[in-house]
Design a binder for this molecule. Sequence first.
Ligand code: MGD
Ligand code: MGD
Ligand code: SF4
Ligand code: MO
Length: 679
Amino acid sequence: MCREIKRSVCPYDCPDACSLLVEVRDGKACNVKGDPDHPFTRGTLCPKMNHYEKTVHSKRRLTTPLLRIGPKGSGEFKPVSWEYAIARIARSWQAIIDTCGAEAILPYSYAGTMGMIQKEAGHPFFYRLGASRLDRTICSPAKSKGWMAVMGATPTVSPDVAAQSDLVIIWGANTVSTNIHFLHGVNKAKKNGGKVWVIDTYQTPTAAISDEFFLIRPGTDGALALGLMHLLDRDGLLDRTFLDQQVQGFSELKEQILPNYPPPIVSHLTGLPIATLEAMATAYGHARAPFIRLGSGLTRYGNGAMTARSIVALPALVGAYGKPGGGCFADTSTGCYFDKASVHREDFIDRPTRIINMNQLGHALTVENHPPIRSLYVYAANPAVAAPDQNQVIKGLEREDLFTVVHERFMTDTARYADIVLPATSSLEHEDIYRAYGSYCVQRAFPVILPVGESKSNWQVFSLLAHAMGFKESFFQQSESEMLEAFLLKSAHRLHEVDFSALRSGQPLELPIPNGDKLYQTPSGKIEIFNPRLEHPLPIYMAPHGGDLPLQLMTAPSLYALNSSFYEQDDLRRQQQKMLLMMNPADAESRNLVAGEQVTARNERGEVDFILDVTDKTPAGVVVAEGVWWIEFAPGVRSVNALTSQRLTDDGGGSTFYDTRIEVEKGKSRDVLLSNSLI
Ligand SMILES: Nc1nc2c(c(=O)[nH]1)N[C@H]1C(S)=C(S)[C@@H](COP(=O)(O)OP(=O)(O)OC[C@H]3O[C@@H](n4cnc5c(=O)[nH]c(N)nc54)[C@H](O)[C@@H]3O)O[C@H]1N2
Ligand SMILES: Nc1nc2c(c(=O)[nH]1)N[C@H]1C(S)=C(S)[C@@H](COP(=O)(O)OP(=O)(O)OC[C@H]3O[C@@H](n4cnc5c(=O)[nH]c(N)nc54)[C@H](O)[C@@H]3O)O[C@H]1N2
Ligand code: SF4
Ligand SMILES: [Mo]
């Protein structure tokens, strides 16, 4: 028996980008552990990845290309060869190009893998083809816009500085589920006597680790930030020297904005009692180095960018940005170290083509367009369940005249609607380089096992497609190892101060925080509370989109899944029990609903059946659906995103998943399912 331990990296869309030690026996991955020597992983993985081998060697893995033989969505396919599949795609695309032009073809991809080569492997191909382009804004562009409005290109601090804080505020993030390695710093801060606050819309697992939990009305955090600023100013808790030297526009904020946010108004908007607001401002103002971990959840609203901007401005008032352990942590970016242009190859764009916002895929596929979208190529994403407005997305995918190709590891809900399905390698089977967005670590991963079945990596497929479409550029015919080497060589001059050989050999590496010529990388060189380049030069409170229905739906992440990934693992799915809707006892009682029964949630976009979980973890007026369930495992015929909308954030074109209002009633389709495991 041959047994080896090989290094790899967790490929998922998670801030932590953990370093993995994979035990390989007789060519199969059989055990996965966190690398104890990695500076951020520190030997632990989250519950999702503890058995990654069950995903990699799952019976559900797709192993051959498939051709649809039944109606769209039926999941009826027959295996075909790669040669046949690629030739068929090339033929269909050529026919579409001849009649409608290449813009009738739309790529759709996101972060199924975070590797810098595989994630964007299709960019050069679709640019060269002249296809429509996709604005990849499903996650948190509003948060980035909010950060940039105030801080420009200033990099965020290392997450570990939280350890030096005496007040860590986890604001709109379910860290225990979505970013566990950040807790290392939080626990250290606690040990040193620091306090931890969590501000959220329901009692998440993260609320349980806080010293104080603040329950806020969804979409009103911007008002809270401005209300705290009002109180800090009123009570003389400002850092005057810092404001004078490092901040632009505090006097404008003080005169024009803060008077509008006295405690009664902020209390009315946020639902937080006046006494709580007063206590929060006093504690924040007196903290030595308050640290905010800004989540993404609170930016997925119509006012998301402005919310993030208001929160990012708050630490400036008390000078926290200048204190070790203080400030605001958003997302890290090490993009400046890497020559991404050499992977994306925008120079292949002959003529700029239309750009479609990925949050509006449903609209793009169902509403008349010029040219119409006649083909969709999906890779590293699962829009049939993870994109908003599921009914419209599926209506689009059902179109007989839409030629859909899905490159996937599993028969996802999106793959079910494909004309051709192509099997994808898992991260253990291909090569790549990963950079975290919750730390400054990067690491290259080599393949540790051979491809399962006939699966191929994203890059390999685009290489085949380029050949089939007659592209002559040698760029497309490189192997992924050659791509990676060339990419690292091109990036090398930017990485000169770091140990480049470690990166090449697959060792984890922590990059230095990129520093520019100024402390704050804004045009003024100061923190810009006043930003004259924006429509609203000062932060204000804007209401979220809202709606008339009585319940606000939180479509929150699950501890045991990552968006729609990991539903293939039976054990992880069982940990989530059923596709639950959490509801406050008062809301359940007033609707005559009981725990464990099937209920129907509805709004103007759709109806979704859930199993009801009655719990006081959610306040009255707020319901919570954790996880992006595959329809196969849902109690009804739709999952949560049939309720969410294609409306965009105020800036950045972001998704507004949480800005959803619904009503809930007794399930229409089935009888009460009183399951003992649930109650
Ligand atoms: N286990 C797990 N890990 C994940 C993911 C997952 O699905 N599961 N997803 C991954 C991805 S793609 C991303 S982008 C990151 C996201 O990770 P985070 O940045 O942490 O963001 P979320 O966890 O999505 O934020 C969700 C939290 O925001 C809260 N929230 C919603 N609305 C509001 C509001 O108006 N105010 C406040 N204060 N709180 C609000 C929700 O209740 C929830 O607890 O996590 C990644 N990691
Ligand atoms: N209701 C609700 N919806 C949400 C969210 C939410 O909080 N609530 N979160 C949103 C957020 S933050 C995000 S980022 C999006 C993410 O949405 P998506 O990007 O669609 O992510 P996943 O649902 O994880 O689907 C990724 C797919 O990529 C496949 N994959 C993995 N590796 C590879 C590979 O190497 N090659 C190929 N070809 N495929 C691969 C996986 O099998 C998986 O099916 O979801 C969003 N949707
Ligand atoms: S915490 Fe994130 S990066 Fe680490 S193993 Fe889990 S999903 Fe992967
Ligand atoms: Mo995301």
